[in-house]
Design a binder for this molecule. Structure first.
Ligand code: 2DT
Length: 201
């Protein structure tokens, strides 16, 4: 019997919202409930394209804004065959950032429309669920200073948050917004329901 397709679950949010921690917890919970699951993250800095992106983020190189946008998208496309294979094998993928980050971050720069930013990612595997981790500015402040990478300033993160809010209006995407997410285990291990916890907005 062919195994059931895995789910494509994406976690999005501004920096320091806890995406990586939540991704790891989710993979653990899925595995514990008997569902094969793996974590992925974008940018994937391990590929040749990913290394160009990483140098740019670390401010070790400069790249023209359209160019770096296309590199982020290319970095997703180069992983699509791997993603499809895993999903077909029944593995649920929990992905730390995806095309939504791509659009939100570039369109927060002057002169970029959401529409232009979305084009290169058209046709990527559609997530079954996109969880947006909400973090209010007070909580963000409590989490200390930003790091030294590009984009890590409060003004830019605020602009990114606004872009995410526009993207969340798209009802063709299964957005769930919360401060954290919990998994309901359904006894036989064939089903898991993820729901947002904490205050919404
Ligand atoms: P982290 O590796 O800490 O998540 O930061 N970004 C990410 C973009 O500008 N475009 C994209 O397509 C993606 C996936 C967000 C990576 C930084 O890169 C930004 C923060």
């Amino acid at each position: 019997m062919a195994s059931k397709r895995g789910a494509l679950i994406v976690l999005e949010g501004v920096d320091r919202a806890g995406k990586t921690t939540q991704c790891k917890k989710l993979v653990q919970a899925l595995l514990q409930s008997g569902l094969p699951a793996e974590m992925m993250r974008f940018p994937d800095r391990s590929t040749t394209i990913g290394q160009l992106i990483s140098a740019y983020l670390e401010k070790k190189s400069e790249l023209e804004d359209h160019t770096v946008h296309l590199l982020f998208s290319a970095n997703r496309w180069e992983l699509v065959p791997v993603m499809k294979k895993k999903l077909e094998q029944g593995i649920t993928l929990v992905v730390d950032r995806y095309a939504f980050s791509g659009v939100a971050f570039t369109s927060a720069k002057p002169g970029f429309s959401l529409d232009w930013c979305m084009k290169p990612d058209t046709g990527l595997p559609q997530p079954d669920l996109v969880m947006f981790l909400q973090l209010n500015p007070d909580e963000a402040a409590l989490r200390g200073q930003f790091g030294a990478e590009r984009y890590e300033t409060s003004a830019f993160q605020k602009a990114v948050q606004e872009k995410f809010e526009q993207l969340m209006k798209d009802q063709t995407v299964n957005w769930k917004v919360g401060r954290s997410f919990a998994l309901i285990h359904c006894g036989d291990g064939t089903k898991a329901i993820i729901y947002p916890t904490g205050l919404l907005f």
